[in-house]
Design a protein around this ligand. Structure first.
Ligand SMILES: *Cc1c(COP(=O)(O)O)cnc(C)c1O
Length: 478
């Protein structure tokens, strides 16, 4: 690909936008500058390829395409069929999945599709059969009322939020927590690792309809074979949300027991995190659930986004190339180098290290809350996010942790030597930041002091670290 083509494409696009609303064109340009200049360690973010980005900005956005490939509720979907079928084919081949549904607009949506597919399969279908009718419209008022209550009376067991689970795995502020009676499994307080015996015990006691595996802040591999055995032992459907680590599965860093796809009945993911595609979601499943999954729209999803499905097809094609496996391995090598660099300087890490793309720093050792650490790092040009640690004394808002991840910087080309330098910058900021006090003298969970000169110096060092690894080297907007 000629670099010239990329520059021309994006420059022309901005010119067209500028003619209508120049402030939007300016904001798009400014976003590129900001992304280029910041040391992005947000574990859930990445940089999609120019091809992926361009596949999204076009007239596919204009098309309605409810239904599935070849079975649409709208006319004229032949080109949407092409891209949706391609995205699904790439997804099946990449992950070795029997079925792929590429319509979900986000990770949350993919989870909703999965939950309702399981509820339809395990609660609704048996009720229809028992009533000897084909569909819900044929149920009597009484049977319908009973079914609705039954759908709302199911149980889910997932990973607790402070151990690294996700809000969509049955927690009250999310609709999943309102739909399901939820319990969660945590991690061993001594090791920080999932204790599979405790998960098995919780499953035996609680008898969930769905056992959920997957996380957004757990820095270790998960043994999905064992979780499947636990699910089977209590008749639960085993669902894995691999939103964070799909890129490591795609790149064959997680194989065997650690690859969720052969073990789970249903797998959900985002496409924009370590997988490095457009913002979106996806569901992979065993053949038995395929029909229910395909009803995601209009069950819980609005009309499909054909432009995003086109971009998913492009990104998934990229992930099938051999260099993606190399990328995935470098993500983990970098995370481990970052963890080593932090540990050797005296930081405390949840579980003492990492097997994946993320590192969870317990910043209480620096005398800070997650909130103070996050802001002080941001002042110094280092973008991270605060995160709870197991049994967090500071709750979900202030927290005691900082989550850092390597997918984005690895895309830029930074390697293990730069991760050690990054660890030095992070450690310096956290050591030099002091917690502030409230007006009444009590310790503040938000206020802090960090010398502005030092913050500027670190920010310049962060920019220097990035200078050798330009972001989107083929794109010159000037
Ligand atoms: C990020 C994430 C989601 C939500 O993805 P969105 O695209 O933001 O809706 C769901 N589950 C897990 C485990 C995640 O990490």
């Amino acid at each position: 690909m000629s670099r010239n083509a990329e520059s021309t494409a994006f420059r022309s696009a901005l010119e067209v936008i500028r003619a209508v609303e120049p402030r939007v064109a300016d904001a798009i340009g400014a976003e590129l500058t900001d992304q280029r200049e910041s040391l992005k360690l947000i574990a859930s973010e990445n940089y999609a390829s120019p091809a992926t980005l361009l596949a999204m900005g076009n007239w596919f956005s204009d098309k309605y395409a409810e239904g599935t490939v070849g079975r649409r509720f709208y006319a004229g979907c032949q080109n949407v069929d092409t891209v949706e079928a391609l995205a699904a084919e790439h997804a099946r081949e990449l992950f070795g999945a029997a079925h792929a549904y590429v319509q979900p607009h986000s990770g949350i949506d993919a989870n909703l599709v999965a939950f309702w597919a399981v509820l339809a399969d395990r609660v609704e279908s048996p009720a229809l059969k028992k009533a000897q009718v084909r569909q819900v419209n044929d149920l009597t008022e009484a049977d319908w009322f009973a079914l609705r209550r039954e759908l709302g009376n199911q149980r889910m067991l997932g990973m607790s939020l402070d151990a690294g689970g996700h809000l969509t795995h049955g927690f009250r502020p999310n609709i999943s927590g309102k739909m399901f009676d939820q319990r969660s499994y945590g991690t061993d307080p001594a090791t920080g690792l999932i204790d599979y015996d405790r998960v098995a015990e919780a499953a035996r006691e609680f008898k969930p309809l769905i056992l959920v595996g997957g996380y957004s802040a757990y820095p270790r591999k998960v043994n999905f074979r064992i979780l499947r055995e636990i699910a089977d032992s209590v008749g639960a459907t085993f669902m894995v949300d691999m939103a964070h680590f799909a890129g490591l599965v795609a790149g064959k860093v997680f194989t065997g027991d650690f690859d969720p796809v052969p073990h789970a009945h249903i797998v959900t993911t985002t496409t924009h995190k370590s997988l490095r595609g457009p913002r979106g979601g996806m569901v992979l499943c065993q053949p038995e659930l395929a029909d229910q999954v395909d009803r995601g729209c209009p069950m819980v999803l609005g009309g499909p986004l054909p432009h995003v499905m086109a971009a998913k097809a492009v990104a998934l094609a990229e992930a099938r190339r051999p260099d993606f496996a190399d990328y995935a391995q470098r993500i983990v090598d970098n995370a481990q180098a970052l963890a080593e660099g932090l540990l050797s300087r005296g930081a405390t890490l949840v579980t003492g290290g990492t097997d994946n793309h993320l590192v969870l720093i317990d910043v209480s050792g620096y005398g800070l809350t997650g909130r103070q650490a996050e802001q002080a790092l941001l002042d110094s040009g280092i973008v991270t996010n605060r995160n709870s640690v197991p049994q967090d004394p500071n709750g979900a808002w202030y927290t005691s942790g900082i989550r850092v991840g390597t997918p984005a910087l690895t895309t830029r080309g930074l390697g293990t030597a730069e991760m050690d330098q990054t660890a030095e910058l992070i450690h310096t900021v956290l050591t030099q930041t002091t917690a502030g006090a409230n007006a009444d003298g009590t310790p503040s969970k938000a206020k802090y002091t960090l010398d502005a000169g030092l913050a500027d110096k670190i920010a310049r060092q962060a920019t220097d670290l990035l200078a050798t690894y330009p972001l989107y080297p083929g794109i010159d907007l000037s």
